[in-house]
Design a protein around this ligand. Structure first.
Ligand code: HEM
Length: 609
């Protein structure tokens, strides 16, 4: 047969075996069989089968992922707790729980490593404390930065923080119309972190006031979105994504580099200054190749025992006051600098760490402050009680009291706790992984092999002893016993502050904003009151819990108190319901909480003194 004799008519082609649909159908049926088998296994034979939860969550990650993308994961997981109880399977390999005893067991006692989810927050393509998954390696990073955030060290920076807060108040007082405080506080926090971490003034607040775009604040804002996109696509595809011809989009893709350039410049300036001043830099080994050998020793040196500034100081300016990058440079750099490779690695680590603090501290604090002022704008009762206290501790409206005075203020404390309870800025699941037997951080007492059958979790409030309830008779030695269920190594487990803060048995009328719940009722039985407050404190975890909890919480507490005090002393706060209301402020959660409208417009009217 020659080519001219082949009939290429459409009707013949459709029947031609070359174009037969059979291979396609075969592939399709193989894939379908595989998917159905996987779903069948996950539903009926997985070690997590007995854990309560909807079947569609057990068979695929698709369901929970859609809620992550809708930025409604916290609410959805809370609904599952309401339906199924305090332990729920939310994915083929993921278990969420809401129980104070289990929370302590996972995050404080066993100190499970973080899950790979955190890698989406890498800075400068490199790890920092928050993204370092293994517990032992993290301990070393934390030891290096933690002394910076002790209350005594932060108190040295209070004059600068006060200046920034007064500048903010001046900006608010002269505006005749409403301002988007979410954006304004973001610029403020960039200045705060520039001051405490880099020892420089970024001028972000000034830029905001002048209506000038501030690339650093924009980069910090863009970074989480960039992280989610970056982790969703392979490197080759990411390079294409970054070429999308849209200037704003490219700026977002480039946010990591913009931050790295800023932080890198500050680091080199600092290093040059330190060298010029012939500083006496202490030499301490950090980030050694083998971290496990030092692990036990580091564990004993927990935060409280660290003692600052015992590790040595740099003799420039105020002997003890130094921004974080100066502290890290002083403690990490080899004095002779013979090994240039080490220097490059160490500097890269410092840049990533400092960037990590920018992204961890800016959006969280600005969201918290925004929700606080929104509450003050609509709760006259809270505002009046607050003003009475602040007017007393701050007779001169331009002289902000010392941190010790702010910390002793009863109503201010109650207001901040209640705000962090209802509007905690990091309310989502804090994922950890059940370790494998070979993991260096796996404690030997993780499981107790038992012959008793599995006991199902029942009520919401499980006491600590319940976490040690019997496990499945089929449980293997390496399984972890969580509330009566045996979880194999590799299972992702997590709790969320959102739910811990909304437990009706602990916080009556949990959805109501009620600072008074944190005050002792003088008419009630004293012992019962103490017990009630202790229970609430046990469930209040806006900064996480255990060794991985927020490294900058003391700075967050200090700055929130300073800003709230000075603004309440100087201004009345108003919201126009046409622009800021329940709907616009409805909470959405990505890794950080934010209002649905992505803005919070409020007006500030100077008070008559
Ligand atoms: C209201 C404000 C803040 C909230 C609600 C908050 C919340 C949190 C939470 C929940 C974590 C733990 C994440 C986990 O376990 O997976 C965390 C970690 C962290 N936060 Fe914050 N944060 C706030 C402000 C800040 C500030 C101002 C800084 C520093 C400038 C900061 C620095 C960090 C760092 C460095 C980590 C990682 C800790 C580590 O793993 O060593 N945070 N934060």
């Amino acid at each position: 047969m020659n080519a001219s004799s082949i009939d290429f008519s459409p009707s013949n082609l459709a029947l031609s075996p070359v174009f037969s649909a059979k291979p396609f159908l075969l592939a399709l049926s193989l894939i379908s069989t595989y998917l159905v088998s996987v779903a069948f296994y996950r539903l009926f034979f997985s070690p997590l089968t007995s854990i309560p939860g909807p079947w569609y969550a057990a068979v695929s990650v698709l369901w929970i992922t859609t809620h992550v993308l809708r930025m409604q994961q916290c609410r959805v997981v809370q609904d599952l707790f309401d339906t199924y109880g305090p332990i729920v399977r939310i994915g083929p390999n993921k278990v969420a729980f809401c129980d104070a005893g289990t929370m302590r067991s996972v995050y404080c006692v066993h100190k499970f490593d973080k899950s790979a989810y955190y890698k989406s927050l890498l800075t400068n393509n490199n790890d920092h404390a928050m993204t370092t998954l293994p517990h032992a390696e993290h301990a070393i990073r934390k030891k290096a930065y933690a002394p910076h955030y002790t209350p005594a060290n932060l108190a040295l920076f209070q004059p600068e923080l006060n200046d920034l807060a007064l500048k903010l108040t001046d900006i608010l007082s002269i505006r005749s119309s409403s301002v988007d405080v979410l954006d304004l506080f973001r610029h403020l926090m960039v200045d705060v972190i520039a001051c405490t971490v880099f020892g420089s003034r970024s001028g972000s607040l000034d830029n905001w006031n002048k209506g000038v775009r501030d690339p650093l604040s924009i980069a910090v804002y863009d970074f989480p979105k960039r992280g989610i996109m970056r982790s969703a696509v392979p490197t080759w595809a990411w390079k294409l994504v970054c070429k999308v011809p849209n200037a704003r989009f490219r700026e977002m893709c480039n946010s990591d580099n913009i931050m790295a350039e800023y932080v890198g410049s500050r680091l080199y300036e600092m290093r040059a200054n330190m060298q010029a001043a012939s500083l006496s830099t202490p030499i301490r080994p950090t980030f050694p190749a083998s971290v496990s050998a030092t692990f036990d020793h580091l564990e004993k040196n927990d935060l409280s025992a660290l003692g600052y500034p015992s590790e040595g100081t740099v003799n420039v300016g105020d002997e003890h006051k130094m921004p974080l990058i100066q502290r890290l440079l002083g403690s990490k750099m080899p004095s002779d600098e013979k090994n240039q490779k080490d220097v490059v690695t160490i500097e890269r680590d410092i840049v990533s760490e400092a960037m990590g603090h920018l992204i961890a501290g800016v959006d969280t604090s600005s969201t918290s402050l925004s929700y606080m002022f929104w509450e003050l704008s609509r709760r006259r009762d809270v505002m009046q009680r607050f003003q009475a206290e602040i007017d007393e501790i701050m007779p001169d409206p331009r002289v902000i009291p010392d941190a010790t005075v702010l910390n002793r203020s009863e109503y201010l404390n109650a207001f901040v706790k209640e705000s962090l309870r209802v509007y905690g800025a990091a309310p989502s699941l804090l994922e950890r992984v059940v370790p494998s037997p070979s993991s260096p951080s796996r404690p030997s007492h993780l499981t107790k092999p038992s012959s008793k059958p599995n006991s199902r979790a029942g009520s919401r409030n499980t006491s600590p002893s319940r976490a040690a309830s019997p496990i499945l008779s089929t449980a293997r030695h390496e399984d972890f016993d969580m509330m009566g269920y045996a979880l194999p190594p590799g299972t992702i487990v997590a709790t969320q502050a959102w739910s811990m803060h909304r437990d009706e048995d602990v916080f009556a009328s949990a959805e109501t904003f009620l600072p008074e719940r944190w005050l002792v009722d003088p008419h009630a039985d004293r012992e019962a009151e103490e017990e009630r407050l202790a229970r609430m404190h046990l469930h209040l975890v806006p900064f996480g819990i255990g060794t991985r909890q927020c490294g900058g919480q003391n700075l967050a507490h200090l700055m929130i108190r300073i800003v709230v005090a000075v603004v309440v002393r100087n201004c009345e706060v108003r919201a126009d319901v046409r622009e800021t209301n329940e709907r616009s402020m409805s909470m959405r959660d990505a890794s950080v909480l934010f209002p649905a409208a992505k803005e919070c417009k409020l007006a500030f009217v100077p008070r008559a003194h």
